[in-house]
Ligand binder design. Structure first.
Ligand SMILES: CC(C)(COP(=O)(O)OP(=O)(O)OC[C@H]1O[C@@H](n2cnc3c(N)ncnc32)[C@H](O)[C@@H]1OP(=O)(O)O)[C@@H](O)C(=O)NCCC(=O)NCCS
Length: 137
């Protein structure tokens, strides 16, 4: 299945907003001018922020519908994101994730992301975030 790409100003398809609400309990709405999103329609998406001037990007959110998990969709989105953001000139990516999110942390570690720090009480409920970094070739 080919990836759908959405750039700044694109309206988000209803299925993405529905998936966000289901997985995270809220929906962030349209992409900001520095954001890009790649999706596997109906089941998964990854939303990134790009800062081309400094060569950096940030993974803002990645989600797969519960019934489609364990099939490699998140891995594919990450790998495609690395490749496409690298092709656009970025050289370093960052992300934050809840310390308790073992499935996501396992995914990131297996895709070349390295833990570089901890943000204490980063989330509203007081949970800490682990900060990850990945270099792009
Ligand atoms: C984390 C998430 C994106 C993984 O999606 P997925 O499509 O099921 O992941 P994949 O099938 O591509 O799996 C890739 C790797 O992720 C890790 N992983 C995925 N599910 C896992 C689980 N339940 N337990 C442990 N590791 C898991 C494994 O390392 C796996 O590799 P393996 O299959 O070789 O063991 C998905 O569980 C999700 O949407 N979670 C809720 C949203 C979220 O927490 N997003 C991250 C923070 S924004």
């Amino acid at each position: 299945m080919s990836l759908l790409r959405l750039g700044a100003g694109s309206a988000l398809p209803a299925w993405i907003e529905a998936l966000e609400r289901r997985v995270f309990g809220d929906a962030w709405g349209p992409l900001d001018s520095d954001e890009v999103l790649w999706a596997l329609p109906e089941t998964a998406y990854a939303r990134w922020r790009q800062s081309p001037v400094v060569g950096e990007g940030e993974l803002l959110r990645i989600a797969v519908a519960p019934e489609a998990r364990g099939q490699g969709q998140a891995r594919r989105l990450l790998q495609e994101g690395h490749e496409r953001l690298g092709a656009e000139g970025l050289d370093t990516l960052f992300l934050e994730v809840r310390v308790s999110n073992e499935s996501a942390r396992s995914l990131y570690a297996s895709e070349g992301w390295r833990e570089i720090g901890l943000r204490r009480s980063y989330y509203r409920d007081g949970e800490d975030a682990v900060l990850y970094r990945r270099e792009l070739p």
